[in-house]
Design a protein around this ligand. Structure first.
Ligand SMILES: Nc1ncnc2c1ncn2[C@@H]1O[C@H](COP(=O)(O)OP(=O)(O)O)[C@@H](O)[C@H]1O
Ligand SMILES: [Mg+2]
Length: 286
């Protein structure tokens, strides 16, 4: 059964002239890693808010359609109940910092404290999380005195420690350098190993192509493509939706155009490109 399902969701912000999203339907299975892509302002963050149940409760507007969490309509669940199932990581990790805690350890513990979890249990879960995200060395640091990458991991830890089955992560690498970006993607890969369901909004398509199972492309209020990362990023049409293609796919398309190399399929990851090109150097590739 789907963990999360949207059925024909249409939404219009109260003060807006037009709908922002129309007839959005998809379903996500447990353990899937789905990336959401689309140009700025297309409604990705809005869609995240819809999936978290913050719309139409928190942001006013008119919504039709249904969002089902494990088969139940989230319209009938409280925000608190939903928060137990769905963890949300903001685009800017500094927004996620509580501002009331003096150390990373206490910061990560904060959500569990609010739930009234026993102290011994909190310590056990926080320790486990610091270990899993490789931030044990940051435990005594002030949460406001971290680098972007460190802060990102602390923000993830403070959400993951709650052990939600679904994670919605909105542009977590927008302010990170390549190393920080890789760390975030590696963290997400670990989550996937732990069977978490992940929905990621991300512009860096090279990384998405390497890591995500599936990509949903939104353009002009609608889902215009919903397929495997490999299928989505080998389709040049994606360039018309305000998204880039991975560098290897762009290179392959260019070579095809020049009539230099024939591909069975446009590669979307480095490994795939190497696999397809390997051997050609031997048979006259000059
Ligand atoms: N509370 C709101 N009221 C009216 N319009 C909004 C509100 N929040 C966002 N919008 C508008 O909805 C559009 C989509 O925003 P958003 O979901 O943040 O897009 P994305 O995350 O894809 O960049 C933007 O044009 C934005 O200005
Ligand atoms: Mg956004």
């Amino acid at each position: 059964m789907a963990v999360l399902e949207l059925k024909d969701v249409t939404f219009k912000y109260q003060l807006a002239k037009e709908t922002i999203l129309e007839n959005i339907s998809f379903s996500i299975e447990k353990g899937e890693f789905v990336a959401l892509v689309g140009r700025n302002g297309v409604g990705k963050t809005t869609l995240c808010s819809i999936m978290r149940g913050l719309i139409p409760t928190f942001h006013t507007g008119t919504m039709s359609g249904q969002v089902l969490l494990n088969g139940l309509d989230i319209g009938e669940m409280s925000i608190g109940d939903l928060a137990l199932h769905i963890g949300f990581v903001f685009q800017n990790p500094f927004v996620q910092v509580s501002g009331v805690k003096q150390t990373v350890f206490e910061e990560v513990a904060y959500g569990l404290e609010n739930l009234g979890v026993k102290r011994s249990e909190i310590i056990r879960r926080v320790e486990e999380m610091l270990h899993q995200l490789n931030i044990e060395h940051l435990r005594s640091k002030h949460p406001m005195q971290l680098s972007g990458g460190q802060s990102q991991r602390v923000a993830l830890a403070s959400v993951l420690v709650m052990d939600p089955e679904i994670l919605i992560i909105d542009e977590p690498t927008s302010q990170l350098d390549p190393q920080g970006t890789e760390e975030v993607f590696e963290t997400i890969r670990l989550l996937k190993e732990r069977k978490k369901t992940i929905i990621l909004v991300e512009h860096k398509v090279d990384w998405v192509a390497e890591y995500a199972d599936r990509v949903i492309v939104i353009d002009d209020k609608h889902i215009v493509k919903d397929a495997s990362a490999s299928e989505v990023f080998s389709d040049p049409m994606i360039l018309e939706t305000g998204n880039n293609l991975p560098q290897v796919a762009l290179l392959a398309l260019r070579l095809l155009e020049l009539g230099k190399v024939d591909f069975n399929k446009i590669p979307t990851t480095l490994d795939e490109a190497v696999e397809q090109l390997k051997g050609r150097a031997d048979n006259g590739g000059n």
